[in-house]
Design a protein around this ligand. Structure first.
Ligand code: PMV
Length: 322
């Protein structure tokens, strides 16, 4: 069998992270400038059923049976096998490569899962439909994340701007006017699971206070949806600022992210906020397209380790690395 390759983009949560775990709505877009790729190769010499996992970025190179069964790739291979009711895979090697920064709010884990599920299922001649790909990617996230909202696997599988409410069917978002985002990486890795657990602990201790913050975030998300669907892009900036302030009240920002948000404003951004789990990772700034490079350069000078410029359009995002 020939090699099969599949890829999946990164993602950014424009509005509503954390509150989305508590059944408030959120808006996410794909970020196609970064990608995870999975390639599956037949291993003609190897015994039938032998699956070799190869993920150089995380220094993994081993036969499936020798890998910790809780390793996300190992879970994923077994989930695909179960879904396809395969007694065993033909002998194969799956190689994962990704330029999506790890633990940085850009959905690296879900993107690896989506690419690997697609490559594995296509390799055995049964490419899985998007709905199943997203469901399996969600199960993999659950093992490590506990209570993922499901927004990452959904936006990455469908690779389009989405409106997401946990437990309800997601909606593709109508983007009336393209808009430009600068994404900047603080260089601080911060596992989402820790931030999500802290928010849960705070919520348990003071549900009234935290539910009020989640409701305020939901109100921002609802207003942002109207702006995006009606092309009122200028009004999105202040909504990002409002969302960032609310995320600070959840205690998921940090000095480096706040500094990048302030820098984006000084450089002419219309609004800015952290994205994803927070405490590090990336932030986004909404900019006039002509200002994107200037804002990106200011963010690099302020300590960002990398920036991306992306355009959110009705059907996909486009752009280039800076
Ligand atoms: O940090 P990321 O890219 O995994 O995004 C997490 C988003 C949260 O809302 C904090 C958690 C979730 O499951 O939605």
């Amino acid at each position: 069998m020939p090699a099969i390759t599949a890829s999946a983009p990164g993602k950014a949560i424009l509005f509503g992270e954390h509150a989305v775990v508590y059944h408030r709505p959120a808006i996410a877009v794909p970020v196609t400038q970064v990608k995870a790729r999975a390639s599956v190769f037949a291993q003609i010499q190897a015994p039938a059923g032998q699956v070799w996992l190869d993920a150089p970025d995380i220094h993994l190179s081993a036969v499936l049976d020798e890998v910790d069964p809780a390793q996300p790739l190992a879970i994923l291979v077994r989930e695909v096998q179960r879904e396809l009711a395969l007694e065993r895979f033909p002998a194969l090697k799956i190689t994962i490569r990704s330029d999506i920064p790890l633990a940085a709010g850009l959905g690296s884990g879900a993107a690896v899962s989506v690419a690997a599920i697609r490559a594995l299922s296509a390799f055995v001649g049964h490419p899985l439909p998007d709905e199943t790909v997203s469901r399996i990617a969600y199960r993999v996230e659950q093992v490590h994340h506990g209570t993922p909202s499901g927004i990452d696997n959904t936006v990455i599988t469908y690779a389009q701007p989405i409106w997401f409410l946990r437990g309800a069917p997601f909606e593709l978002l109508k983007v009336a006017q393209p808009f430009t985002l600068v994404i900047a990486d603080s260089g601080i890795t911060s596992p989402t699971v820790a931030a999500v657990q802290d928010v849960r602990r705070h919520h348990e201790l003071d549900p009234l206070k935290y539910d009020a913050i989640f409701d305020a975030i939901a109100s921002v998300v609802n207003r942002a949806r109207t702006c995006i669907e009606q092309g009122q892009i200028h009004d999105l900036g202040p909504l990002m600022d409002e969302n960032h302030c609310l995320l600070k009240r959840l205690d998921v920002s940090c000095g480096a992210l706040d500094h990048l948000v302030d820098t984006a404003h000084s450089a002419g951004a219309l609004g800015a906020k952290l994205i994803g789990g927070g405490r590090g990772g990336n932030m986004i700034a909404l900019v006039h397209a002509v200002d994107a490079r200037l804002v990106a350069e200011a963010l690099l000078r302020a300590g960002a380790v990398r920036t991306l410029i992306t355009e959110v359009t009705p059907h996909q995002t486009q752009g280039g690395a800076c």
